[in-house]
Design a protein around this ligand. Structure first.
Ligand SMILES: C[S@@+](CC[C@H](N)C(=O)[O-])C[C@H]1O[C@@H](n2cnc3c(N)ncnc32)[C@H](O)[C@@H]1O
Length: 271
């Protein structure tokens, strides 16, 4: 998945580079395209080829006002961006006034984290913590050491990397990273569908043909998955989900055809 004929970034992506990174307006697009080439050689994800890494999305989440006010006004509140990639959502929080020492990002790829510093030019100023982490590996140091430390876990374009079984494993791992108190919350969005389904995805973008399984959730299937997370971990969760079909998804047919959309979620710990 590679976007051709790019004439500009989204307004939110442009605002981040101009206002957060201080990049002159005329340099914004060439800078973004150069970093896309670099990151594509490391990780040929749709979020790279389609320039998703440039656009923050956290500010569009229905709970954003709550997330922002908590991080800004309740001392000790912490947020983890799970599968952060470049970390554009952490930079959006920084632009919106969150003290960056409250923020962490975790990703399988240290190279994408490094690209994030290069893209946003904030290696010397950003106080967020970045960790190399495999959410599917229970023996991973971060999975063990960071259990129960975050009030909010944000995960965008992340859980849909897998089919049902691995999404369940990743969800169990994410649940354990949250503080073990009512009100801890996992928020984010992923490719979904109505009705929910598991599909085989195919891509020829990186030269050879890739095939992988993607479970596309709706609210009912997410609720079912989190009931299972609860059974496995002795916890209870309230699931909210919102389904819509953004225009960029209509332009990306490889995501899956009829019924495919975006499932935005908020999963709050009750017990
Ligand atoms: C589609 S990208 C989304 C990046 C970012 N969240 C965003 O909104 O642009 C998926 C990210 O998940 C990371 N990832 C893949 N497998 C992972 C794993 N097992 N543990 C942690 N991160 C993983 C990838 O390196 C990549 O940065």
């Amino acid at each position: 998945m590679w976007k051709t004929d790019v004439t500009d970034l989204t307004p939110a992506a442009r605002q981040l580079l101009e206002q957060y990174s201080g990049i002159p307006p005329s340099d914004v697009l060439p800078h973004a395209l150069a970093l896309r080439d670099k990151a594509w050689d490391i990780a040929p994800y749709g979020c790279i080829g389609l320039l998703g890494f440039t656009s923050p999305s956290i500010q569009n989440h229905p709970h954003y006002a709550y997330i922002l006010s908590h991080l800004k006004s309740v001392p000790g509140t912490t947020l983890l961006d799970l599968g952060c990639g470049f970390g554009q959502n952490l930079r959006q929080l920084a632009l919106d006034g969150v003290p960056t020492s409250a923020l962490s990002g975790a990703d399988l790829s240290p190279s994408l984290i490094k690209c994030g510093y290069e893209y946003f030019r904030d290696q010397d100023t950003l106080q967020a913590t970045f960790i190399t982490h495999d959410v599917l590996n229970p023996a991973d140091e971060f999975s063990k050491n960071a259990q129960g430390t975050f009030d909010i876990v944000w995960a965008a374009l992340f859980f849909h990397l897998w089919g049902w079984d691995q999404q369940l494993e990743a969800s169990v791992a994410a649940s354990k990273l949250l503080k073990p108190v009512p009100g801890s919350v996992l928020v984010g969005w992923q490719i979904g569908a109505t009705p929910a389904r598991e599909v085989i995805r195919q891509s020829k973008d990186s030269g050879s043909e890739l095939k992988w399984v993607m479970y596309q959730h709706d609210e009912a299937s997410l609720t079912k998955m989190w009931e299972e997370v609860g059974r496995r971990t002795g916890t209870r969760w309230k699931v909210q989900a919102w389904y819509d079909v953004p225009s960029w998804l209509k332009d990306a047919p490889t995501f899956g055809g009829e019924g495919v959309g975006r499932t935005t979620f908020a999963i709050e710990r009750l017990e």
